[in-house]
Design a protein around this ligand. Structure first.
Ligand SMILES: [Ca+2]
Ligand SMILES: [Ca+2]
Ligand SMILES: [Ca+2]
Length: 515
């Protein structure tokens, strides 16, 4: 009688199982056989391999082999173009085998690398590309990210994430976007030698180191205004808009503005210099005989410089304008991100939490990151302008940190703060910002409600001459209280909030001197 092949069955991994790097991928199965019945565990053989498909051409790396009904492997770090293949082979007593296998694919996120200006080289893992560039990466993998400097006569000033020029990215569960910022190098750079982020022109391209000429590129005669020839500069025709990223690395823009002698006295324009959306210089009406105008604009802290020329409302016939000697003076990429915020404080009550931290000099905004593990960002990434944030948060424990940001990117993170939200609404939090004004023997106290939780019904004021014995001296439903006749002395004062759940902890104690 013919020996039938056994019938292996995979239970795990389930169909559509995906993995992150480092995740334990379990497998289990069984097999039956027409002649033998249920096959023993010793008849089950497992093979796990990585199927690697660079450029769509695949090969397999064996990872492990094992026998029995179950087993597991730790998902390796092998790139976004690979997946796991789990194969169960059953062999019956007659030596006949059959196999069944399943593919387990990695969970992928998209990593987008941008730059200011676009078109610079970046390296992601082993791949080099020109920005803007997108890559796939496996969740949990460690990817090298880098850019080169200088490029296009520009120097690297920082990644928008605050990371180093070359750094290792731990890929989390969410898509990632990062911008490499470039700026002119230290010293004086002519705009005609730099890469621009945008250049619009009334006819043909903006000309470098020559006048507009006609529509074709590179056709203009030298830059000449009122008989003076300039070796460097930009030749444009209205309407024109040239944008250059200086990313805070520069201090000054200067140029000589006039309609070129090539149009023999014709043309009418107005021109402006716009920095970060603000008009920093605006010309009067300029015609073909207007003397050259010396333009000088402070660029301290400026991210984007724009040179704009309009046709003055009468069309652009002969509106051929020279930004002669257009140049920026820069400090180079010494401009840096702010320092990391110091101690971050956190409080939770009910399902709300509040964070606050000391403002960081030079910071224009802050980024709050929250994750289920030390350093992770899988719960939230929120940007705020103020040095505090509060609101609803999911129940459970999280790790939270704050970065300070400015035009050049984000600081390294603060130390992580452990935040536990258990949903129980206990006593209120302490009031905030307790302050006193003393005028003679009149004392006024003010404070703010707790950052989160139910609004208190009452506040208790505790005060005394000894810092370790502060009895209640007053209560009020308001957030201020005044007393017109306080005996002279040095008082220690604090305030508690009271809700239906009871009295909360006191504010920090302040010291008031009544003369
Ligand atoms: Ca059989
Ligand atoms: Ca031209
Ligand atoms: Ca005009």
């Amino acid at each position: 009688m013919l020996n039938q092949a056994p019938l292996p069955v995979l239970l795990l991994p389930a169909t559509n199982t995906t993995f992150r790097v480092g995740q334990v991928v379990a497998f289990s199965g069984s097999a039956t056989d027409a002649e033998d019945g249920d096959l023993p565990l010793t008849s089950l053989q497992w093979q796990v391999g990585v199927r690697h498909c660079p450029g769509g051409v695949c090969h397999t790396h064996p990872l492990t082999t094992t026998a029995g009904a179950t087993g597991s492997i730790v998902a390796p770090e092998h790139g976004a173009d690979s997946y796991l293949v789990v194969t169960l082979t059953a062999t019956d007593s007659g030596g006949r085998s059959a196999s069944v296998s399943t593919d387990v694919h990695p969970r992928l996120v998209t990593v987008t690398l941008l730059s200011e200006p676009a078109g610079v080289h970046v390296v992601f893992g082993e791949t080099r590309a020109l920005t803007p560039a997108t890559f796939q990466a496996v969740v949990g993998s460690h990817m090298s990210v880098a850019t080169l400097s200088p490029q296009q006569s520009l120097s690297f000033t920082g990644w928008s994430s605050g990371a180093a020029q070359q750094h290792t990215l731990l890929v989390g569960d969410t898509n990632i976007e990062n911008t490499a910022r470039f700026a002119p190098p230290a010293g004086v750079s002519y705009l005609s030698d730099l890469a621009w982020t945008l250049a619009e022109n009334g006819a043909g391209p903006v000309e470098r180191d020559r006048s507009h000429g006609d529509t074709p590129g590179g056709d203009g005669p030298p830059l000449v205004v009122r008989g003076v020839t300039y070796a460097k500069g930009l030749g444009v025709r209205a309407p024109s808009d040239i944008r250059v990223r200086v990313n805070g690395a520069c201090t000054l823009f200067a140029a000589t503005l006039a309609i070129d002698d090539d149009v023999q006295g014709g043309g009418t324009i107005v021109a402006g210099v716009v920095v970060d959306g603000r008009i920093a210089f605006q010309s009067p009406l300029v015609d073909g005989v207007t003397p050259p105008i010396a333009v000088s604009v402070d660029l301290t802290g400026v991210r984007e410089l724009r040179l704009v020329v309009a046709d003055a409302g009468d069309g652009n016939v002969n509106d051929e304008v020279d930004w002669a000697d257009a140049r920026v003076t820069c400090n180079g990429p010494g401009a840096t991100v702010p320092a990391a915020p110091g101690a971050v404080s956190a409080l939770a009550a009910g399902q709300t939490a509040a964070l606050w931290w000391t403002p960081v000099p030079g910071a224009s905004s802050y980024r709050v990151e929250s994750g289920t593990a030390h350093g992770a960002t899988d719960l939230a990434v929120v940007d705020v302008d103020a040095n505090s944030i509060s609101g609803m948060v999911p129940l459970g424990a999280s790790w939270v940190r704050v970065r300070a940001g400015n035009a050049w990117g984000w600081s390294p993170p603060s130390a992580d703060v452990r935040l536990v939200v258990d949903g129980t609404t206990g006593a209120p939090l302490a009031p905030g910002d307790l302050a006193a004004t003393v005028s003679g023997v009149a004392v006024t106290l003010t404070w703010t409600p707790p950052l989160t939780g139910a609004l208190p019904s009452t506040y208790i004021v505790e005060a005394g001459l000894q810092p370790d014995a502060l009895p209640q001296v007053a209560s009020t439903p308001a957030t201020t209280i005044a007393s017109a006749g306080v005996p002279p002395g040095t008082y220690h004062v604090r305030v508690r909030a009271v809700t239906s759940a009871g009295a909360g902890p006191p504010t920090s104690t302040i010291v008031i001197v009544v003369p």
